[in-house]
Design a protein around this ligand. Structure first.
Ligand code: NCD
Ligand code: ZN
Length: 347
């Protein structure tokens, strides 16, 4: 298959995306819906989506923003806090509102101030999730100011994730947007209940992209890109076809002004060409025949959802990424802005 000039795969899903709300939602949603049949929608709005009622309302706003004729299903997540009501979460999951619950360590990333202050505090909720089969989605970084930002993911494994997985062996855990060899090793060494999403940016760039030749805020996201050895480990994991690794873009749109600032926001807006970006990686690694596992099969299997019926085709063709797009009436800079990509999603 490698070396082919086009590839047709089952329509993929995005198992981690930030769609935002209001005018931003309206303008970024078409990019995701163009490529993906379903997406796990992250709940870090302001205020966050912390219960069934607010998730139901958010899902309705997403459906209302969806252009007619687009076949897209948002899968909602519950933002865990110190005060999460396990009964409400269980009802929301049983009622088909929640596909997962998201653990943000408090202050780990954008809009995580109401996240969990001490994981022990949500142990009763995790026990309930384990019993009910509700997927736990984890932003795996410690927030301890003593820990170097490049070490925060690896440290989270040792301080927290090993304990969670050990204490709740039946709990399904998605280690989101992994960025390190340590995370790859941890997931591979865990059982079938532990999986990880991998973003396009962490397959494409290392930390030099952010810091060499000037500081480049559009290459900054959390977890921050690491050194090259880690990027290579992620590419090997994603293209292995192994069922524990699947596609999650972590597309996280922020307006240009909020990124190009003395204190720029974390997040890379990769939704416009996410699939093209992943396809290029699989092509470069001689693994186009495993793109479907990563993009369309592994995530659905882990979440216990049916595989999509339709297909998408990508072809080898030059695609120019605009230097700038408009969102919410302002400028927004996409991943790979101004560059030319080698794969195109056939409309
Ligand atoms: C995300 C955002 O902006 O919502 N930012 C990011 O850098 N990935 C939050 C997150 O997933 O950490
Ligand atoms: Zn995210």
């Amino acid at each position: 298959m490698s070396g082919a000039d086009s590839i047709t795969i089952t329509r993929p899903d995005d198992w981690h995306v930030h769609l935002r709300d209001g005018a931003m939602l309206r303008d970024v949603l078409p990019f995701t819906a163009r490529q993906f049949a379903r997406a796990i929608v992250m709940p870090n709005l302001s205020p966050p989506v912390t219960d069934t009622a607010s998730a139901t309302a958010y899902r309705e706003r997403i459906m209302a923003a969806l252009a007619p004729g687009l076949d897209f299903t948002p899968l909602m997540t519950c933002y865990l806090t110190d005060d999460t009501d396990a009964d409400d979460l269980a009802r929301g999951a049983a009622g088909g509102v929640f596909a997962a619950a998201k653990l943000y360590p408090a202050n780990a990333t954008t809009n995580s101030a109401r996240g969990v202050s001490d994981i022990r505090r949500i142990y009763p909720v995790l026990a309930r999730m384990e019993a009910e089969g509700i997927v736990l989605s984890v932003h795996g970084e410690v927030t301890d100011p003593e820990v170097d930002v490049f070490d925060r993911e690896a440290e989270f494994i040792e301080r927290h994730l090993r304990a969670i997985v050990g204490d709740f062996p039946q709990l399904k855990v998605v280690f989101e947007h992994i960025t390190t060899q340590e995370a790859v090793n941890f997931v591979l060494a865990s059982g079938a209940n532990v999986a990880a999403t991998i973003t396009p940016q962490h397959l494409h760039i290392n930390r030099n992209a952010m810091l060499v030749g000037g500081i480049r805020p559009h290459a900054y996201c959390l977890p921050v890109a690491k050194r090259e050895t880690h990027r290579l480990a992620l590419r090997k994991a994603a293209t292995s076809g192994h069922s524990c690794f699947f596609l999650g873009t972590d597309s996280a749109p922020h307006l240009r002004a909020a990124k190009e600032s003395a204190c720029g926001c974390a997040g890379i807006f990769n939704a416009p060409f996410a699939l093209e970006n992943y396809c290029a990686v699989f092509d470069e690694e001689g693994a186009l025949d495993r793109l479907e596992n990563f993009a369309s099969l592994n995530g659905a299997a882990f979440y216990g959802l049916p595989v999509n019926q339709s297909t998408v085709t990508l072809e080898r063709a030059e695609v120019a990424v605009p230097a700038m797009l408009r969102a919410a009436g302002e400028e927004i800079v996409p991943f790979h802005a101004g560059e030319t990509l080698g794969w195109r999603l056939v409309p």
